[in-house]
Design a protein around this ligand. Structure first.
Ligand SMILES: [Zn+2]
Length: 188
């Protein structure tokens, strides 16, 4: 267990607003970060670097540092892929870190949407969620929701172009709660 006192969880202050239902693409970054960090700890335990890694310069320590660097790189690459795909909709990225001998290594990350995800076009949400090489289970869930939202938006548009008067309202009824999609532009 030596060495565990070096563990510091850096929790960046999350400025996410409480997501309203049917708000759009906002994500629960806090949960994602905590889950990702837990996975990191589990994996690290499984690789079991602890014996001998507590003193710098040993082989165990070098192995641990190499492993931490690799994990950090994967996390950063994953989040950057989200950010790049999100374009102007991409917000800040928050990371959790593991500190080892004064150096910080990213253990988990989460990209916030700009504008708290308000009115992110669903096709952008879809592209952004699936951008990393290995989307997380949360990413896949967001992608599924985005696909659903793309369909609903099309249906809502269809209701208005193919109906008139009270029929529009009737046609829109199954899609109540998705009014926010009307304010979203299709980005393609
Ligand atoms: Zn992701």
């Amino acid at each position: 267990m030596i060495g565990w006192w070096r563990f510091f969880l850096v929790t960046a202050v999350c400025s996410c607003a409480v997501a309203l239902p049917a708000f759009g693409a906002d994500r629960d970054c806090q949960k994602e970060l905590v889950d990702g960090h837990a996975t990191f700890l589990k994996e690290q335990r499984a690789v079991n670097f602890k014996t001998g890694a507590a003193s710098g310069g040993t082989k165990a320590d070098k192995d641990l540092v190499a492993w931490l660097k690799k994990w950090d790189a994967v996390v950063v690459k994953h989040e950057n892929a989200h950010k790049k795909a999100a374009g102007k909709w991409g917000g800040e990225i928050t990371y959790y870190y593991y500190t080892w001998w004064g150096k910080k290594y990213a253990t988990s990350g989460c990209m916030h949407w700009a504008n708290n995800g308000r009115n992110v076009p669903p096709d952008i949400a879809l592209k952004t969620a699936l951008a990393p090489d290995e989307p997380s289970s949360i990413d896949l869930k967001i992608a599924e929701d985005a696909k659903k939202h793309i369909k609903i938006k099309k249906s809502r548009d269809f209701c208005r172009t193919h109906n008139s008067g009270a029929n529009i309202r009737l046609c829109l009824k199954p899609y109540a709660g998705y009014e926010w999609l009307d304010r979203v532009s299709s980005s393609n």
